[in-house]
Design a protein around this ligand. Sequence first.
Ligand code: HEM
Length: 518
Amino acid sequence: MIIGYVFKRSVRLLTSTQSLTMADVLFSSNLLWVAGVTLVAACVYRASEFRNLDHIPSVGSSSLLGSYWTAIKFHRSGSKIVQEGYNKHKAAAFKVPTLGHWVVVLNRNHLGDIIRTSDKELSFHVALEDFIKTKYTFGPQIMGDAYQNAIVKSRLTHNLSTIISDVADEIAAALDKTLNLTENEWKCLPVLETVEKVVCRAGNRIFVGYPLCRDPDWIELNMQLTNAIIKEGLILSLFPKFMLPLAARLVTKTTNRDRRGARHLAPIIIERLKHMKEHGKKWNDKPDDFLQWCLDEGKETSADLLAARILVINFAATHTTSNTFAQTLYCLAANPQYIQPLREEVQTIIGEDGWTKEALAKLRKAESFIKETQRFEGNASLGVMRRALKDITLSDGTFIPTGTYVCVASHAIHHDPCVYEDPEVFDPYRYIKLQEKQGDSSRYQLVTIGPEWLMFGIGKAACPGRFFAAMMLKLMFAHIILSYDLKLGDISYPASVCIGPAIAANPSAKIMLRRRCN
Ligand code: HEM
């Protein structure tokens, strides 16, 4: 997922000059020698890594030079290369070359080892830091004490019943504004772009509350965030470690982003601190949003720091949820035979229970549809990326030396006939059938992580925002199916595109939408 982000965004960025600024241009004159030195260092590093990982079979050429050819192919068609390795070495680990280093792809039998191992041995956070230089792109204080992640896990997840009506309200309003449809009019819309706007508003209704969640500047800041961070992380990864503090000053716009966010948050924070002082625990209509939960922690009141924390949460939430929902919506338009039964389910349940957490739990067909789209399309051929911080011997004896990047072949596992029957068939009711067959409803929910469901990762680093994400996905799905007709346009596209190990919603895909008259 992490490298997924990097690849998806890097391809868009490297082919676009729009966001180049003076700093980029000045910086690019020094880039050549830095790139030269880095290339030599990368070759030396990769050669030493190659010897250390000699005992693990490789996909493609097993010579050091030939591995560069495979690495180039991997950047063009990562999914195919990973699948090739998975088919060949099903029961064992194999390694895949990327331009900078090797990645060891563990088998699904190793997932137990990943779950048992602590972040001090196999670290998600170090892998993330290596890929997007979080210390500089998010800021040192933010990652030093990442209490925002704990808030996602505790307060956001525990408050879903309370916040659901606000999220539903924001989704309806955002769809109305973004689609801008007059009665009986079919409109052709780019799926990903449209969905991103709705997700960003819906998420921010809970991150910062109303009306800031509708402020065009706040929304623009958060929608550009992922691009900006990936771009900066990519450039920084060209520099040797000792140059990073200086390079980060030239390359990153972390301070600008935080200040831009802080300008919006400062007046709200001042007002809320005043109320907190006046009313203490007896503040009756205290806002129930992420900003307030951060203030309740009592750790900081600086608008810059709080803005930075909320931007980090947007980074984790917006692009991931948009990508998932864009794929889902496109698959729904491409499979119109499912629209009527899904609509009937939503009409009956929401008609009886309204927009409640309990009602969403009953939307079994909708949930199965979303989950099957993710199994079938997926968001990355490689997931669960970790970096070994010490030498580790896995339960089957596989030796992982310190410094190695490990991950699992998520997409191949989701398409493995030993895991799923007829995996190449898109069966939207697959998970309902599995629930009925095995009599276990909780095991097949969208949010239930396990060795056969890796969309949200696994183990201690598994996505803490998945319960909120699932709620937004189901609410958007239900709103669209109730209020809009949809179909594919004249030209159809593949729902997803593969770039390196990433699988992304196709940015060119479009669908036709029309408001339904009740
Ligand atoms: C469909 C949407 C989403 C997907 C597919 C997704 C996926 C993931 C994945 C794969 C990871 C890494 C897990 C691992 O490697 O084991 C992760 C981490 C994380 N996600 Fe999500 N995510 C989604 C939505 C969200 C949302 C809505 C939030 C917040 C509200 C969120 C917050 C986080 C955070 C904070 C982490 C880092 C956890 C840590 O540092 O320990 N995610 N997510």
